[in-house]
Design a protein around this ligand. Structure first.
Ligand code: 48H
Length: 262
């Protein structure tokens, strides 16, 4: 066995990480949030040949999948979305007609593995705190290390350029929120502002999550729970089909745009 040098280990990490970061300073699509919607969206886009990076605030990916419902680590999907789990080689079992379950740990693991192996760069522990605009279009992200945010340090951020940005930040719809603050009243929602998430109604919410998956400001799309929060749909509880279908839909919409523009 060869020798091991701590300094070489350190160099290897610094070298590889900063190469990964630098490679993703300009991307076709920047996805914010590595929950179910963000993971599916980015995998679909990467498989179609686009350069995609996900920026995730937390150390862990998977967003709200891990805890299933109330920390009980199983998720539910409906018939329509079952094929997406199967595409990711996630084992699904039938509970009743139209109700299928999957182990939430397996779901996060397989969604993540497929994303990375399809070429998606997942940059975790990075928080998106703002967007880059020119002047009426989102053209990138403003990012800061989550450790800086957590420590409350006054440190300037860095920027990423993207042809399209996806807000897949879940309930808080954080990217749209920042855009709303900068250009009040100009979102492509009925009121021009964030409509706000409504109370639980699983069936309607699942349908609306997909319908609400669209462009909310030039260059900025919403997917997953962020789509419902932005356009005023209800929450659905621990059924995840809508999140997966929304990820797939946003990838299709952006792919059409990128094709038109190339
Ligand atoms: C970087 C950020 C930032 C930021 C947030 O919450 P998620 O799992 O989002 P979805 O939409 O893929 O899935 C929603 C689902 O998990 C859920 O909550 C459901 C179905 N709820 C129903 C109900 O009734 O409650 O993932 C979002 C991810 C998280 O990992 C965040 O850490 C991350 O986005 N994130 N990353 N910069 N500013 N904000």
């Amino acid at each position: 066995m060869g020798g091991l040098n701590e300094v070489t280990i350190t160099r290897a990490i610094i070298n590889k990480y900063f190469k990964k970061l630098e490679d993703n300073v300009e991307v076709d699509v920047a996805v914010v949030g590595a929950g179910p919607a963000g993971l599916v969206a980015s995998t679909c886009l990467a498989k179609a040949g686009y350069k995609v990076a996900i920026f995730e605030r937390k150390l862990s990916v998977g967003g709200g999948i891990w805890g299933g419902g109330m920390l009980f680590n199983e998720i539910v999907v409906q018939e329509e979305a079952k094929r997406i789990l199967e595409d990711f080689n996630i084992r699904v079992s039938k509970f009743e007609e139209n109700y299928y379950t999957a182990d939430s740990i397996e779901t996060v693991s397989m969604l993540t593995a497929k994303a990375v192996q399809s070429g998606v760069a997942i940059l975790n522990c990075i928080t998106v705190e703002d967007v880059v605009m020119r002047p009426n279009r989102v053209i990138g992200l403003v990012i800061i290390w989550s450790a800086v945010e957590m420590a409350g340090l006054h440190v300037d951020p860095l920027a990423i350029r993207a042809k399209y940005v996806v807000d897949a930040t879940g309930h808080d719809t954080e990217v749209v929120r920042v855009v709303q603050k900068k250009v009040p009243g100009q979102l492509l929602t009925p009121s021009g502002e964030i409509e706000g998430e409504k109370s639980m109604w699983s069936e309607k919410a699942e349908q609306l999550t997909v319908e609400n998956t669209k462009e909310v400001f030039p260059g900025l799309f919403v997917a997953g729970m962020a789509a419902n929060a932005t356009f005023g749909g209800p929450r659905m509880g621990p059924i995840f089909g809508g999140m997966l279908l929304s990820g797939e839909k946003v990838a299709k919409l952006i792919q059409e745009r990128l094709k038109q523009e190339s």
